[in-house]
Design a protein around this ligand. Structure first.
Ligand code: MN
Length: 740
């Protein structure tokens, strides 16, 4: 490829000017000069670097800065930090250089961004550890996270030029951590785009088909919306209300989610779009006017009382405010209508930074997000569990919606949806949680695992004799309660283990056995304990008795010197070595479908991949390599958290071998139906079934068939044939959620 250097220089300057143009309205005296300084520094530092796509590297920081300004609404400090976000990581420039030129604030942000970047190829929890660090920096300056999200968004937008395995890894991380984070910060537009891009790079065929379907149905949808809003428009005009109405299809990802969850085709997703009425009004009239618009809408269309959501009186914790209702259109179709003001719409789309902008005028609305940041900081400071645990707990809280409850004094507390009385107790104080024996909810006595409902008023009952139990972990959902309980249990376990160790050493002494590390290790193996601590704990608890210890004396390890560590629980280093060993054998790409006996891999039972599916290999420690579909329900978690254990995999073309997969068949029951279905499978198509089960309930039947097919084409053929059987309504492939 011939590079036109002059042309490239012009393009760089063009993009830089575009950035300045967008930033202009927010610039103060001297800002432009600082931005120029940052741009010059970045340009010089990255001058010999190119991105995978072949573009000059500087395009990337420029684009990230552009996203910060245009799509998140950030200011000068963030523009400078975004321009410089990769220089410390990738070039000779050091933090001290940045501090000299741009001061402390910018330096701290870049330091935060540098800590959280890097390639996480080694160690399973490295990724999680980095994520935790990022959240930690968030408590200092939330801009670190916002710029990181802008960085991720641009990387996702340009993912095309990356190799396939990198695409899968980056996309999975995105869906696993970054999209939920964007959601939690209220960055709705960015969240939706990240999700759509995830789908695009993990399941291109499905993505394209949904895009095509949205395009194909556009004209008729617009016509419907126009008719639907016509009477509303007239009435709003008559009341001289300033408004704008949008009818927009939902995101590709959310449509896909509906199709998948309800197992329905595109045509059957009924709420493909929502009608949004955005009104322009001063802050003090907001609430009244939104309800007035609601009343106008429901004058024309009957609302579904179960679907009314008032996030104006109690905004969501991510700052979202809006009034949602679902009404029946004249053609019998349900239509979701969202009513909000311009200010609310801005916050819903741009999130946190939009909050900033309205801070003076809407101080009260700010407080929810502030509260959330304080909570994050809190969680981070008291948590000393494995980073992986932490991320999982934290993610749990990202996804769930909240429940609003009150203390006896009427103070409002926000907890994740599904929180129990015990969560509430830990929310009040660790001591209250640890001593909790029950609660009074709205003056009625309830057990500690009572699930809180919106508006509950809770008084916690405690006893000095109470202490946390193992099964309490099943009763709580908040990360705070979980980690506090784990803390206490860990303390307890340690104490018992200390006692156990003492008992063991005494006993060995009596038996005249030398208490060397080797003996302890053999003992751990003999009793099948995952670790020495567990061995001591079991002895301390009396699970392993003195008599058991005596029996150990007879035990002769086969090769006393080779104390093979129990791999399942070995330390990270051993796992690492094991992985490198297995991966070494398939350095390039694992070819599947050749000879199953020779090559050490298995097809995962959770998603039953067959030739033609897009797949990857995952190195397990006990069972060699497992092949999963990239659309497997477990794929995102595996790829995001254990990227170093992923092996590229590809099917070889062969026709002899058959693969096990599962089909779900649904329809209306009739005599002889099951017979017809199994006849098609085994006689007409000569497919082997491994199992078949049918359930019928008041005329509806549902069957699950496990069978052997050659590839996806073969499977499609089979599905088509089965769908032609009289009574069969739907045939689809199924996954199981449990990871196998
Ligand atoms: Mn970057």
């Amino acid at each position: 490829m011939v590079i036109d250097v002059e042309q490239e220089k012009r393009e760089i300057i063009n993009r830089y000017r575009k950035l300045l143009r967008k930033a202009k309205p927010i610039l103060k005296d001297g800002d432009a000069r600082q931005i120029k300084k940052a741009f010059t520094m970045a340009l010089e530092a990255h001058k010999d670097m190119r991105r995978k796509s072949g573009e000059p590297y500087i395009f990337h920081p420029l684009a990230v800065a552009q996203i910060c300004v245009e799509e998140i609404g950030l200011g000068t400090t963030s523009i400078i930090s975004a321009l410089l976000h990769d220089v410390v990581e990738d070039t000779d420039i050091e933090l001290s250089d940045i501090e000299r030129m741009f001061g402390k604030k910018v330096t701290r942000i870049i330091d935060g961004l540098t800590k959280v970047s890097g390639v996480f190829e080694f160690g399973t929890s490295q990724q999680a550890e980095n994520f935790r660090k990022m959240l930690f920096t968030l408590s200092e300056d939330v801009r670190v996270i916002l710029i990181k999200l802008a960085d991720r968004l641009h990387n996702m937008r340009t993912l095309e030029s990356m190799p396939r395995n990198k695409q899968l890894k980056v996309a999975s991380e995105t869906i696993y951590l970054y999209a939920p984070l964007a959601h939690r910060l209220g960055l709705n537009a960015i969240k939706s785009e990240l999700e759509d891009l995830y789908l695009r790079f993990t399941d291109r065929a499905v993505y394209d088909s949904i895009v095509r379907n949205i395009d194909d149905t556009r004209a008729s949808r617009n016509k419907f919306i126009k008719q639907f809003v016509q009477p509303i428009r007239e009435e709003l005009d008559r009341h001289k209300i300033n408004y704008e109405i949008k009818g927009r299809p939902k995101s590709i990802f959310s449509i896909w989610n509906k199709m998948r969850k309800q197992n329905i085709p595109f045509e059957e997703v009924y709420d493909l779009f929502a009608v949004r009425i955005i009104i322009d009004t001063p802050l003090e009239n907001e609430k009244a006017l939104c309800w007035q618009v609601y009343s106008i809408v429901t004058d024309f269309y009957t609302p579904n009382p179960d679907r009314l959501r008032d996030w104006i009186s109690t905004p969501k914790a991510n700052g979202y405010e809006s009034l949602h209702t679902t009404v029946m259109a004249k053609n019998g179709q349900w239509v979701e209508v969202q009513i909000r003001t311009k200010r609310m719409d801005d916050i819903a789309e741009k999130g946190y930074a939009a909050h900033w902008k309205y801070k003076e005028t809407a101080a009260a609305h700010e407080s929810n997000l502030e509260k959330w940041l304080i909570k994050v900081r809190d969680t981070l400071q008291q948590n000393d569990h494995s980073a992986l645990d932490f991320v999982n707990d934290f993610r749990g809280n990202l996804f769930s919606e909240e429940v609003f409850v009150f203390t006896p004094k009427g103070e409002l507390k926000t907890l994740p949806y599904g929180a129990t009385a015990l969560d509430f107790a830990f929310e009040i104080h660790t001591q209250v949680g640890s001593k909790c024996i029950g609660a009074k909810v709205n003056n009625k006595l309830v057990p500690i695992n009572y699930i809180l409902k919106n508006g509950d008023q809770i008084e916690i009952l405690t006893s000095q004799k109470q202490k946390p139990h193992e099964d309490w972990l099943r009763f709580v959902v908040s990360s705070k309660a979980k980690s506090r309980i784990k803390d206490v249990l860990k303390e307890d376990k340690k104490k018992i283990a200390e006692d156990g160790k003492e008992i063991l050493l005494r006993k060995l002494n009596q038996m005249k056995i030398d208490s060397s590390q080797l003996i302890i290790e053999q003992m751990r193996e003999y009793f099948n304990a995952p670790s020495h601590l567990d061995l001591y704990y079991r002895i301390g608890k009396g699970i392993i008795t003195v008599a058991d210890i005596k029996r150990f004396k007879e035990y002769k390890p086969k090769s006393p010197l080779k104390t093979r560590p129990n791999i399942r629980v070995a330390d990270a280093k051993t796992i690492e070595q094991e992985i490198t060993k297995i991966k070494g054998r398939y350095e390039d790409i694992l070819l599947i479908g050749e000879d199953m006996d020779v090559v050490d891999y298995k097809l995962a039972k959770c998603c039953t991949p067959i030739p033609g599916d897009d797949v990857f290999g995952f190195v397990t420690v006990n069972e060699g390599i497992k092949i999963h579909r990239t659309t497997c329900p477990n794929a995102a978690e595996l790829l995001a958290n254990h990227g170093n254990r992923v092996v590229k995999a590809k099917w070889t073309s062969q026709h002899e071998v058959a693969f096990l997969t599962g089909l779900k068949v649904r329809g209306t029951d009739r005599v002889g139906l099951i017979n017809d279905v199994s006849k098609i499978i085994s006689e007409e198509l000569k497919v082997n079934m491994s199992s078949m089960s049918f359930f019928t309930d008041s005329g509806i039947f549902e069957g699950e068939i496990m069978l052997y097919v050659h590839d996806t084409r073969h499977l499609e053929q089979l599905i088509n044939k089965l769908e032609q059987v009289e009574g069969v309504v739907k045939v689809s492939r199924f996954d199981s959620k449990s990871l196998e």
